[in-house]
Write a protein that binds this ligand. Structure first.
Ligand code: NAD
Ligand code: ZN
Ligand code: ZN
Length: 348
């Protein structure tokens, strides 16, 4: 089969021929119906180097996957060939306390996982290929009726990651509250929809690009603000001077983290999702009282089931542009140039 592989750090991936995978005991091969292109893949290509992660290329890209069960290994029950499924992308050890809660991204025994702190497309072969080998059937989640794999694929990361970030802050998002989404790309535009579907908060979306702000409005944002030096003031003005109860930063640069602090309300949450490499200083007087600052990484398996339900009911609907496997590099080019709207999904 053909696969889009990262062959070494700091290089462009290439379409190459690799053997079709076959499932061992307990494993599943999924025929890919959609593989989302995530900005994290650009970080992998551009910035990561030996030692950044406990794994190295070569591997097939694509950590946001859905398709149909193609082949079942010995002992796998409860799934049938041809069944539409999503792939839960973080593959932990399966037995530690975190994995038992389904939050494999925070696996506490990574040396016992198929790859430490990774998954398909992150150290092991992912979904930008005709087939993906999933090393444990527990990562294969049946799709609810009404959701096709190309729509479902982005929900496994561009949906699940903001869902996890929003869900942890639900108690801070009652009616009358405000949530700010910084960066309305693949994750952020779904984040706006998740906020609208699951909370009564007013949503303010921030981006540098006018097209992204337009997409935010289509996704239900109540207000949009252009990212820049006056953004914090605009957010304060829009909230009667109080600030935002929850700020979700899907960029993570110095400037957006500073905006997050400047725009946050006392007792609020500032959640850092973007891997932009920025830092923010925390001291007694530098952040509003009782603001909690946290990073989040991906989400849990039960949360994926919840996001898929939102997707199947049309309450969350990623804006996708599909690309053939041959054109996958164009998708990444457009992402880099800022001309991509929503999420690119590779359909092999
Ligand atoms: P994307 O390229 O689709 O979207 C990024 C958006 O941010 C774009 O709309 C861009 O215009 C906007 N942006 C850039 N600079 C900005 C600024 N200064 N102010 C406001 N907006 C700005 O990227 P994506 O796939 O949505 O990923 C977003 C980030 O999240 C990336 O860093 C990615 O690596 C990271 N990520 C993290 C997790 C996690 O689990 N923590 C999971 C997936 C992706
Ligand atoms: Zn990702
Ligand atoms: Zn574990």
């Amino acid at each position: 089969m053909r696969a889009l592989r990262l062959r070494e750090w700091k290089s462009e991936p290439a379409l190459v021929e690799v053997p079709d995978p076959t499932p061992g005991p307990g494993q599943v091969v999924v025929r890919i119906g959609g593989a989302g292109a995530c900005h994290s893949d650009l970080h992998l290509m551009d910035e990561f180097e030996p030692g950044t992660m406990p794994w190295n290329p070569p591997f097939t890209l694509g950590h946001e996957n859905a398709g149909w069960v193609h082949a079942l290994g010995d002992g796998v029950t409860g799934l049938s060939v041809g069944q539409p499924v999503a792939v839960f992308g973080a593959w932990g050890c399966g037995t530690c306390a975190r994995c038992r809660l389904g939050i494999d991204p925070y696996c506490e025994n990574p040396s016992a996982a198929p790859v430490p702190s990774g998954g398909g497309g992150l150290g092991l072969d992912g979904g930008m290929a005709e087939f993906e080998l999933v090393p444990d059937a527990r990562h294969v989640v049946p799709l609810p009726e009404g959701l096709d794999p190309a729509q479902a694929a982005p929900l496994t990361d561009a949906g699940l990651t903001p869902y996890h970030a929003v869900r942890r802050s639900w108690p801070k998002l009652p009616p009358g509250s405000t949530a700010v989404v910084i960066g309305v790309g693949g994750l952020g535009h779904v984040g706006v929809q998740i906020l609208k579907a699951t909370t009564a908060a007013r949503v303010i979306a921030v981006d540098t690009r006018a097209e992204a702000l337009r997409l935010a409005e289509e996704c239900g944002a109540d207000r949009t603000v252009t990212s820049g030096p006056t953004a914090a003031e605009e957010i304060r003005d829009a909230t009667g001077g109080r600030g935002a109860d929850v700020v979700l930063d899907f960029v993570g640069a110095d400037s957006t983290l500073a905006l997050g602090v400047a725009a946050a309300r006392t007792v609020g949450d500032l959640t850092i999702v973007g891997i932009g490499g920025g830092t923010v200083g925390v001291s007694f007087f530098s952040v509003p009282y009782e603001v909690s600052i946290a990073t989040t990484y991906w989400g849990s398996r039960p949360e994926l089931v919840e996001v898929l339900d939102l997707g199947a009911r049309g309450l969350v609907r990623p804006s996708i542009t599909t690309f053939a496997l041959d054109d996958a590099l164009d998708a990444y080019r457009q992402m880099r140039d800022g001309t991509l709207e929503g999420r690119a999904v590779i359909v092999p």
